[in-house]
Design a protein around this ligand. Structure first.
Ligand code: PAF
Length: 283
């Protein structure tokens, strides 16, 4: 695996692959890789001749300075993991490389309709930071395909919309959420949890499954279902931001005659803000 930090080195390799008519799949990450990330890389591996992974902890998407400085940076371990899944090129830019003129005057991409609901409410500016860095990375890597985890479902839809709205020539694919044995969605933020909290955190997934079951059983008073799930989590020691039943395709509020739903949760437990979601499709 080749590792490059500079834009000219990245562009040179991409140009060579393009001249050789090789297809490229891309997995953007913030590092601290776990099995969930590696499954995205494995998926990318099956879809293209070459796989590029980026590791960049993007300051522009952190609404909280402490969260940014605490974010785990584990590049040496990440390199080893990426070598084990046969990644071809690792791009590890610094903030100076991604934001050469600083972040203050940076052109910002806002994806209307996707940026200000659900996690966008609790984390103002977060999705502008995500959209902006992902657009920049797409322009740098010029991949045919990019793979994102469904654990960040709102992010996945936001990026799909941005790519459509801006005619960025890349196909966006989602990949299933990877879970611990107890059902907890894998996340770099899980390491902020103590061992007992990790067990407790599995309740998020159980809550989503319970809501799904009720919808499948014909309960369509979504506000009541959401409120009951929210209260249960609160009673179990979480500080929930939301438990919401949304339309799967645009994350607008679900109506009883919709058929394809996404049930989403965000809650704090100890030092971690955790998110998760599942699909719910009615026949
Ligand atoms: O999901 C992430 O890790 C980040 O939001 C992403 C897509 C790499 C952008 O920084």
């Amino acid at each position: 695996m080749q590792t490059v930090a500079r834009v000219d080195a990245l562009r040179q390799q991409i140009k060579q692959w393009r001249e050789d008519k090789l297809s490229i799949a891309f997995v953007p990450t913030m590092g601290n890789l776990h099995q969930g990330h590696l499954s995205l890389v494995n998926k990318a591996r099956q879809l293209a001749d070459k796989v590029v992974v980026s590791v960049f902890v993007n300051p522009l998407q952190f609404d909280d300075k402490n969260d940014l400085s605490a974010y785990p940076r584990t590049l040496a371990a990440d390199v080893e993991k990426l070598e084990s899944v046969a990644c071809d090129l690792l791009f590890t830019p610094t903030a100076d490389i991604i934001y050469p003129n600083g972040m203050e005057g940076q052109t910002i991409i806002t994806v209307p309709g996707m940026d200000d609901k659900l996690c966008g409410q609790a984390r103002p500016g977060h999705f502008d930071g995500v959209a902006t860095v992902v657009a920049k990375l797409f322009n740098l890597v010029q991949a045919d395909i990019a793979v994102f985890g469904e654990k960040d479902y709102q992010q996945l839809l936001l990026i799909k919309k941005m790519v459509t709205d801006l005619n960025i020539p890349v196909q966006i694919l989602g990949a299933d959420t990877h879970r611990e044995q107890n059902g907890l969605a894998m996340s770099s933020r899980n390491q902020y949890l103590t061992a007992p909290q990790r067990q407790q955190a599995a309740l998020l997934y159980q809550t989503l499954l319970a809501v799904k079951k009720k919808i499948e059983q014909g309960e369509h008073d979504f506000v009541t279902l959401e409120q009951a799930a929210f209260d249960d989590l609160k009673q179990s020691g979480f500080s929930p931001d939301y438990v919401d039943i949304r339309r799967a395709d645009d994350l607008d509020r679900a109506k009883p005659d919709d058929r394809a739903f996404r049930i989403l949760v965000a809650a704090r437990l100890g030092n971690a803000r955790l998110i998760d979601n599942i699909a719910c499709n009615l026949a």
